[in-house]
Design a protein around this ligand. Structure first.
Ligand SMILES: [Zn+2]
Length: 434
């Protein structure tokens, strides 16, 4: 049985989807005003592995990842660059999808753009006002946090503590410091018509409305980076409690941060490493291996030594698999089954709240066994496991010429024609076959 840590209950729970073998999942995507950095890529990889594993277990999965294409940061940057918000957000949304593909993630099943759901957002906010959960000020519409009994449930905070923690904004005319914006009236940048004046929706409203629109409020897993717990996800939950009378999703999952050796990495600090740039120097498989060698809830302190370490680890995986692939083709070993015990171990680790560090250790052990036993079932099991992790080793095609060269090498050795044997050996080892 798959068990996952639910951030909502702070407990490991058995995973039981709302609708038998169908799983709906929604993961907060990027605000598209720049390329994503290597920390932003971590939830992308983790939730891809989660989807792959659910598919492996036989679930039908619908995975939505949104694009926030209306935001102050987009407006600011579009102004700086003298381009429209639409052109800027399209550029970086495309860049996001390219990098998602580059790290070998499966396509998202749905990619809702916030600007396509403005009408639903207005309806939603209107309903909240009518039910007393929201109120209008000169600046827009605000959510009345005091109406939600269990506000703070996700971030484990009490409302009275929150009030002191939230910065007081004198211009908003809010009833309470903890209240958050649902609709911001403004004449600056991209704006939409609404009963409360021209403006744009708040980020927390965007996600909850897209969720409701796509999944009809029936969500199994809502995920994102750890930083999104508060205020973003807490406020999504508050709105869902007001509108749907439930916590929006059965399971909430949060992925730990990846920072530069304990130094916070962010676009605003200007010290971020763009994922697209990292992939110019390192294989996407090395990046995945590095992430998955750490438990998804643990933070990662990134430095060059770390990625180098996993580049080497990946090279070893690739080298060993290619070598045995050649051997199995050479010996016409076409066994298709996977070693059951290995797959069972893999499942045990994954079922334990995605213990991928143990899976990475398991792969290492299986490579050793493969080297010892020349067992195609072990090879197949490694390939199945790697596929679930989204790691796709580059297994080269064995040609007739390769096989001829190998046979000639064997003959040359028997005949003690060392010069020829050396030449053929070089040829074969350059291709990675021996
Ligand atoms: Zn979101």
């Amino acid at each position: 049985m798959l068990k996952i840590y639910n951030s909502l209950s702070n407990q490991i729970e058995t995973f039981i989807p709302l609708n038998k073998n169908k799983v709906n999942m929604y993961v907060c995507g990027p605000t598209v005003y720049d390329d994503i950095h290597i920390g932003n890529g971590r939830p992308v990889v983790f939730f891809d592995v989660l989807k792959r594993y659910l598919l492996f277990l036989g679930y039908e999965v619908t995975y939505a990842s949104n694009i926030t294409d209306v935001d102050d940061k987009i407006i600011e940057k579009a102004n700086q660059l003298q381009m429209t918000e639409k052109a800027l957000s399209t550029k970086y949304a495309d860049a996001f999808f390219n990098v998602v593909k580059a790290v070998n993630s499966l396509d998202f099943d749905m990619t809702p753009y916030a600007t396509n759901y403005i009408d639903q957002m207005i309806e939603f906010i209107d309903a909240l006002i009518k039910d007393g959960y929201a109120y209008v000020t000169d600046n827009g519409v605000y959510f009345r946090v005091s109406k939600i009994n269990d506000y703070g449930i996700l971030s484990n905070q009490k409302l009275d503590q929150l009030k002191t923690g939230v910065r007081i904004d004198l211009e908003t005319n809010k009833e309470s410091d903890a209240d958050f914006v649902l609709w911001k009236t403004t004449s600056e940048g991209i704006s939409f018509k609404s009963p409360w004046g021209n403006g744009r929706p708040g980020w927390h409203t965007e996600c909850v409305v897209m969720n409701n629109a796509i999944f009809n409020t029936k969500l199994d897993i809502h995920g994102g980076g750890f930083d999104l717990k508060f205020p973003h996800h807490e406020n999504e939950i508050a709105q869902s409690m007001a509108h749907n009378h439930h916590h929006l999703s059965k399971y909430w999952m949060h992925v730990g941060r990846l920072d530069l050796d304990k130094e916070k990495m962010s676009k605003s600090l200007g010290n971020d490493i763009k994922l697209v740039n990292l992939l110019k120097n390192y294989h996407a498989n090395s990046y995945r291996l590095m992430l998955l060698a750490h438990h998804y809830r643990q933070p990662i302190g990134f430095n060059n030594d770390l990625i180098e370490q996993y580049q080497k680890a990946y090279d070893k995986i690739s080298y060993t698999l290619n070598k045995w692939h050649f051997n199995f083709v050479l010996n016409q070993n076409d066994e298709l089954l996977s070693d059951e015990a290995s797959i069972e171990s893999f499942k045990q680790f994954m079922d334990d709240d995605f213990n991928t560090p143990n899976v990475v250790t398991l792969i290492d052990g299986l490579l050793k066994t493969l080297n010892k036993e020349s067992n195609k079932k072990i090879y197949n099991a490694i390939m199945v496991i790697l596929d679930c992790l989204g790691i796709k080793p580059n297994i080269l095609e064995v040609t007739k010429e390769d096989i001829n060269n190998y046979r000639m090498w064997e003959t040359a050795r028997v005949q003690k024609d060392f010069k020829k044997a050396d030449e053929l050996r070089n040829l074969l080892s350059t291709k990675g076959w021996i």
